[in-house]
Unconditional design. Sequence first.
Length: 489
Amino acid sequence: MSDSPDYQQLFQQQQQQNQQLLEQNKQLQRLIEKLQEQIEQLLRARFGKKSERQPKPKVPRNKLPMLPAESSVQSRALPANLARVDIVYEVPESEQYCPQCEKPLAPIKPITTEQYAYRPGSLYIKKHIRQRYACRGCKQTLITATLPNQAIDKGIADSSLLAQVLVDKYDDHLPLYRQERRWLRLGVAMPRQTLCDWAMASSVWLGYLVIEMKKDILAAGKIHSDDTVFPILAPGKTHQGRLWVYVGGGGNAPPVAVVYEYTPTRASTGPTQFLKGYRGYLQADAYAGYDALYQSGDIVEVACLAHARRKFVDAYESSSGSDAQAKSLIAIEFIGQLYHIESLTRTMTAQQRYYYRRHYAKPLLKQLHHWLKRIQPLTYPKLLLGKAIAYTLNHWRAFCHYCRSGILDIDNNVAERAIKPFVIGRKNYLFAGSHQGAKAAANIYSIIETCKMWNVNTYHYLCDVLARLPNTQQLDIRQLLPYHWKPSQ
């Protein structure tokens, strides 16, 4: 007689198989969601809009006191300092009689309209004439007038031309080969290698100013930092160097200066060396290379809420119609509320801003933190939403640190804006010719962007300073910094 089957055991085995299949189904579903997100990201990167702007948050804002909006007055008057060239249009003499009484018409006030006009830039020659005096008696004395030191010794380029080359490339993003073509259209041959040599020589003089600007940045109570790739021409594959930016002040703190620094790699030695001895707030992204700076407590990490928001925006746009999209939108609306609070503090003093944030922003941050902790266990960690939540919670203290002082910003957009001029230029000239060329570019960008921060005309400044630096004592160098500069007569 054969043994009867153990139905209880068969039932348990079937249950285990069903459980395994359910778990496999869940994993496959999560994989599908992850792949869908990746497809959405790739499609958006290739064809979609780059803006992160979303519909305004639906969270009520009527509890926040509003500040009066500033009014602006627009004028259509053209600048009075520009030269005028009069072009007179006369009524034909045969029409200068009254058709009614046939008497001559008398002239009255004319109607004047103005237009901008343009003349192509032109070169001219500076002829340096050094007077000489000799003794006609003993014929042993000869005196020659001194020629001031030049930015390029015995060079053919005046400081005004050097300034134009630097502004064209590093402010207007015009590569040297395009400048070479433009000079040829004016009938002058200026090879790009010559222009490159001029830029390198100019950066050496400007480097003395950058050293002093760095001292002022390190003396500030707040520094913004960011970095980006700086391609360097090399045999085979282009070398990927890094350009770092350090902004002293800016945003809600008094501006100081902008300094760029090139390093061959993204190793932590770059920011560690630059910020050696600094005490204050450092606002940057969550790059691990900064971590060693925060260990002593002398430097306080302040994270960028815009980075967190960007991750939730990616999750929102890559998970159409799902629960993850709805949750991403809630996070975006929370962050939108925090930015709305910031918009109301723009005209406040640092002390007023500090207390305003404590009263309105800190409770909202607490609500956001509780909500993120609650939904994290319910969210698959490998989805974009799960990664956004983990990123935000892992750096939560640093995200909240902007509430510690009224001079701090909610995000690191100050540094991101400072890095943009270089990114635009990089799209045009693609790479630097050498590591030395990248260091020279960093010096020049530092001067130009600091001039723009202080509303100083970059061309006029460079034209004057490149003429004065070779004849300036070390003790007087600081007088030529963009925020201390006064044009020479």
